[in-house]
Write a protein that binds this ligand. Sequence first.
Ligand code: GDP
Length: 361
Amino acid sequence: SLSIGIVGLPNVGKSTLFNALTKTGNALAANYPFATIDPNVGVVGVPDARLAKLAEIFSSAKIVPAKVEFVDIAGLVRGASEGQGRGNQFLANIRETDAICQVIRVFRDPDVSHVDGEVSPERDIETINTELILADLQTLEKALPRLTKEAKANKDRKATLEAVEAAAKVLDSGTTLYAGAQAAGIDLADLRELHLLTAKPFLYVFNLDADELVDTDLRERLSALVAPAEAVFLDAKIESELVELDDEEALELLQSVGQEESGLSQLARIGFDTLGLQTYLTAGPKEARAWTIRKGATAPEAAGVIHTDFQRGFIKAEVVSFDDLVAAGSMAAARAAGKVRLEGKDYVMQDGDVVEFRFNV
Ligand code: GDP
């Protein structure tokens, strides 16, 4: 499955956040019998209010949300790209993830030291990005002689060579490929074989003091630092308290700091989106469930997520949109109202589709 690597400088609240992630994840893992509980992996349910509604309509015994995997990647320090600290291990671990989540310290606490002496989100973002950019430049330099040779022998390789040359320019200017490739006319698909770090989707967690959570000016300033990447604002200390509370107490604590949703929920939702994923829904007496597919997946591909036999023997998908189903009140009523469609193998799944597959075994 797809995973998001969590990185950040020391003492920014990564462990605090990650421990909270694994706490919610261990509860969720019970629904995923094959999910091993790796100490470096936190599994978080993607909050989806539609599931509770489906469970009500179908009298489902349980709710199974989609999940996102976060991987704790330790060892980011200045000079990691030159092998400082455990730099090489760090780079190898981060290469395996599908997106990069940077945790940035904003909270001020004289008892928690900062590696560079003072709290500065802007400088920390630059420090991290510089290490990732330097690592990518090394990868490109290493590949360049081989690609030049290949492009001479085979014109199909020219696109990759040109993309690499253009990418080196973007990186040299201090910009990540995620932020700068499009404007430079680079198709990231041409670079895929190089597994570049800064070509992965980025998202940011700003770890704020509790009283800063409602500071909209601050949020806007921080968001602007990382655009087009998405930003989540939370207080890691509060998140670590929230996971110890029951629902009612948690809501009270959230409201006391002016929030409606926990930072972890926001992170799961935005992380899911950053990975280019969407869900479709199934429901019955056993469970109401969200299944994870890539945006643009077809009906047979979606069926394959439940079972490969469903994809192989796919005949039709019976599809109703969540809103139509809720308006009708039951599957039978939605059918009677003509809201349930039979879709074939070319159908592209839409967010909020409630589906039943018909297949041969
Ligand atoms: P890591 O090195 O990035 O994993 O950072 P830790 O999660 O170990 O946190 C370092 C220290 O900062 C610990 O003493 C935490 O309790 C503290 N800390 C983490 N998040 C916050 C926060 O949001 N506010 C404050 N005041 N302290 C925090």
